[in-house]
Design a protein around this ligand. Structure first.
Ligand code: 0O2
Ligand code: 0O2
Length: 233
C-alpha cells in the first residue's frame, strides 16, 4: 500500500511541538509546587520530544497506517517522559494526571504490572490535549511514559542496543537484558522498602542547606537551578 504523507512536516508538527513545550512546563510546575510546599516530589525530572519524521514514516509503514488515520493511530507523535524515584511515586503521578482538567486520559497501559516480554517496565498514559492555534483549538494525542530512574536506565540502554541489533538480539544478550531488567526492578523494590528513611534523609538534606545559607528561598532556587543543569532535564 502506498502511504500518503503530509507535504509540510514542519507545519504539521508545529502543534505537537507546542503541546510538548506546554506540557513540559505544566509537569515541571507540579515538581516545583511540591518543592515549594516542602513535600516529597513524586517527579524527579521531565523530558519530552516530538517523534522524528523518519521514525513517524517508519512506524506508519510498519503498521500500515494511512495519512488520514495517522493522528489517531500514532499516539506518540508527542512523547513525554516523567522520571520518579520510587515505584509508588509513579502511581501518585498517574492519579495527579487523571485529576487534571486541562487534559483527558484516553488510554492507560501498565507495563509495571504487565511487564513486556523484553523486560520493559513503565506506565504509559495517552492523553488528549487541546492546543490553541491561530485557526482555533486542535485536540491532539500525546503519550506520557512514567517510570523510575532504574526503569529508565534499563530502557535507555536496551533502546540503544536495539538500534545496533534491530531488535534481533543474540540469545545471550537477550537473557542478560532480561536479568538486568529484574535486577533493576529489585533495586526499585529495595529502595521502596526503605523509602520513608530515604525521604526523611532527603528532607533533612534540603533543610540543612537552607540553614547553612540562612536564606531558605535562595537555597530552593539553587536546588531548582541544579535540576535544570542536569543534561537530561
Ligand atoms: P535521543 O538520542 O533522541 O534519545 P529543555 O526543555 O530545554 O529542558 P529539551 O532540549 O527540549 O530540554 O529536551 P528534553 O525535554 O530534556 O528531552 C529530550 C530527550 O527526551 C530526548 O533525548 C529523548 O530521548 C527523551 N524523550 C523524552 N520523552 C520521550 C519519549 O516519549 N520517547 C522517546 N523516545 N524519547 C523521549 P535526546 O537528547 O533527543 O536524545
Ligand atoms: P521511540 O520514540 O523510539 O521510543 P509499538 O511502538 O507498536 O511497539 P505501541 O502499542 O505503539 O507499541 O505502544 P507501547 O508499546 O505502549 O509503547 C511504545 C513505546 O514504549 C516505544 O516507543 C518505547 O518508547 C517504549 N517501549 C515499549 N517497549 C519497549 C521495550 O521493550 N524497550 C524499550 N527500551 N522501550 C520500549 P517507540 O515506538 O519505540 O518509539
Amino acid at each position: 500500500m502506498e502511504i500518503a504523507m503530509p507535504t509540510d512536516w514542519e507545519l504539521f508538527l508545529l502543534p505537537y511541538k507546542q503541546a510538548i513545550d506546554e506540557l513540559k512546563i505544566k509537569l515541571r510546575g507540579m515538581r516545583k509546587q511540591f518543592q515549594r510546599e516542602n513535600l516529597h516530589t513524586p517527579i524527579e525530572f521531565v523530558t519530552g520530544r516530538v517523534k522524528p519524521v523518519d521514525s513517524i514514516i517508519e512506524k506508519m509503514h510498519r503498521r500500515q497506517i494511512s495519512e488520514d488515520l495517522m493522528e489517531q493511530d500514532l499516539q506518540d507523535i508527542a512523547g513525554l517522559r516523567i522520571m520518579c524515584q520510587f515505584v509508588e511515586d509513579i502511581y501518585q503521578v498517574v492519579d495527579l494526571i487523571r485529576q487534571r482538567t486541562d487534559m483527558e486520559v484516553v488510554e492507560e497501559r501498565d507495563y509495571i504490572t504487565n511487564v513486556k516480554p523484553s523486560g520493559y517496565r513503565s506506565y504509559h498514559m495517552v492523553i488528549r490535549y487541546p492546543v490553541q492555534t491561530v485557526h482555533g483549538e486542535k485536540k491532539l494525542l500525546a503519550e506520557i511514559q512514567i517510570r523510575t530512574l532504574s526503569m529508565n536506565f534499563w530502557a535507555t540502554i536496551e533502546h540503544s542496543l536495539n538500534y545496533k541489533y534491530q531488535g534481533a538480539f543474540p540469545d545471550e544478550i537477550n537473557e542478560r537484558l532480561k536479568r538486568a531488567a529484574e535486577a533493576a526492578f529489585m533495586l526499585d523494590q529495595e529502595m521502596s522498602a526503605i523509602r520513608e528513611e530515604i525521604q526523611e534523609a532527603q528532607q533533612l538534606f534540603s533543610y540543612g542547606k537552607g540553614q547553612q545559607r540562612h536564606e531558605p528561598d535562595q537555597s530552593l532556587e539553587q536546588n531548582e537551578q541544579r535540576s535544570t543543569d542536569h543534561p537530561t532535564r
